[in-house]
Design a protein around this ligand. Structure first.
Ligand code: UD1
Ligand code: UDP
Length: 375
């Protein structure tokens, strides 16, 4: 029997790995072990509870205002004994966080094969997103299996010279998680507060946006809301104290915005599905909102998810106050511009990514989904 160890540590990794944990646990040919690094604490535990995943190991590394050194040092030191004890045949990591990179590095040092879930996303700008672009490229060098969510991500990997036989187009596991979340009869007090108004859904947390860019983002949002009294913004805020401080300084006292604690992923999807539009610098939300046909203004200078931009649902607006103000205003006032972006599209998968990854690991077979695999 093959022993598979999944290692993850932040909210988005957990949202995309828990459905995979639950699928792998149904396979008789696999022994599934879960280690969380605890790079996030409350935001990670919220997702583990939602999916009913109980980790076998918890490195509990999080500390307030942790630096990249803190995270790297703590994981590298603590994961070694877990790898020694579990002796996995393969370790699965996800995406581009420090947990992902450091775990893959430890596996490399111990010569343990790595499977990279959500492989091949690229901006090719090492500073943006920071440090994620470095993390995913570095894991791409180490990984034995590349589970790419889209044909484009697979193409990036092939262009970089990865062995084509190691690249699988599986779809994104977040689409699996989304299959059962949005309900027609969903209710939430925040949605009652919005009533017949336009729900503006906001999230923000990127490291490279901390400081002045984040202040500019928030100032633009406040100005637009003040000019559009029919809008109500709901902003489930990240737990990073630096984000909270900036939000408090720029958005505090604005009665058109409710800044609330992080919400469960099921709530988050239902908010996304009902919003008029979304402003975010998140990666995952760029994958989710297009499915619901909700326009997204991406407050970043680059995106590794060009599929949604090509489909017309995502617009990259950077972090400059005037640019965000102009784009946000346009979508509220120009009906044609809004409708052009409100097309539902889902380039990120069909909801069977976990099954495909499990098939590859358990049986070494793959039910071809993309013509891409046939090359
Ligand atoms: C991390 C990832 C980023 C990912 C994001 C998802 C890295 C370098 N960054 O960034 O790629 O997009 O998670 O949200 O891997 N905090 C808490 N409780 C929590 C979570 C965070 O208090 O449950 C606070 C702590 O003070 C912590 C700070 O937030 O020090 C920052 O957390 P950290 O994981 O370092 O960075 P993120 O911005 O969350
Ligand atoms: N999300 C959530 N609760 C919230 C905000 C976001 O469950 O209060 C979910 C969201 O649906 C998406 C993921 O968290 O699946 C995105 O996480 P985040 O923005 O923290 O990280 P990123 O995707 O940018 O790495």
């Amino acid at each position: 029997m093959k022993r598979v160890l999944l290692v993850f540590g932040t909210r988005p990794e957990a949202i995309k790995m828990c459905p995979l944990v639950n699928e792998l646990k149904t396979r008789s040919g696999l022994e599934t072990v879960v280690c969380v690094t605890g790079q996030h604490r409350q935001m990670l535990d919220q997702v583990l509870d939602t999916f009913g995943v109980a980790p076998d190991y918890d490195l509990s590394i999080m500390k307030e205002r942790q630096t990249l050194f803190d995270i790297t040092e703590a994981i590298l030191t603590r994961i070694r004994s877990v790898l020694d004890k579990v002796r996995p045949d393969v370790v699965l990591v996800h995406g581009d966080t420090s947990t992902t990179f450091v775990t893959a590095l430890a596996c490399f040092y111990m010569q343990i094969p790595v499977g990279h879930v959500e492989a091949g996303l690229r901006t090719y700008n090492i500073d943006s997103p920071y440090p994620e672009e470095f993390n995913r490229q570095a894991v791409g060098i180490i990984a034995r299996y590349h589970f790419a969510p889209t044909a484009l991500a697979a193409e990036n990997l092939r262009r970089e010279g990865k062995d084509p036989a190691s690249i699988y187009v599986t779809g994104n596991t977040v689409i699996d998680a989304m299959q059962h979340t949005v309900k027609a009869d969903y209710r939430h007090p925040e949605l009652d507060w919005v009533g017949d108004g336009k729900l503006i859904f906001i999230t923000a947390h990127r490291r490279e946006n901390l400081g002045e860019p984040m202040h500019q983002m928030f100032r633009a949002i406040r100005r637009v809301l003040a000019e559009h009294p029919d809008c109500r913004a709901v902003y489930p805020i990240h737990m990073n104290p630096a984000v909270r401080q900036a939000a408090d300084e720029e958005l505090g006292g604005c009665d058109q915005i409710h800044i609330i604690e992080p919400i469960e992923v099921f709530d988050c999807h239902n908010f996304e599905a009902r919003c008029h539009l979304c402003l975010t610098d998140s990666g995952g939300i760029q994958e989710e909102c297009p499915s619901y046909g909700r326009p997204v203004l991406v407050m970043r200078n680059t995106t590794e998810r060009p599929e949604g931009v090509e489909a017309g649902t995502l617009r990259l607006v950077g972090t400059d106050e005037e640019t965000i103000y102009r784009n946000f205003t346009e979508l509220l006032e120009d009906r044609a511009a809004y409708e052009a972006m409100s097309r539902a599209c889902n380039p990120y998968g069909d909801g069977h990514a976990c099954k495909r990854i499990a098939d590859i690991l358990e049986l070494g077979v793959y039910d071809p989904w993309s013509p891409d695999r046939k090359q």
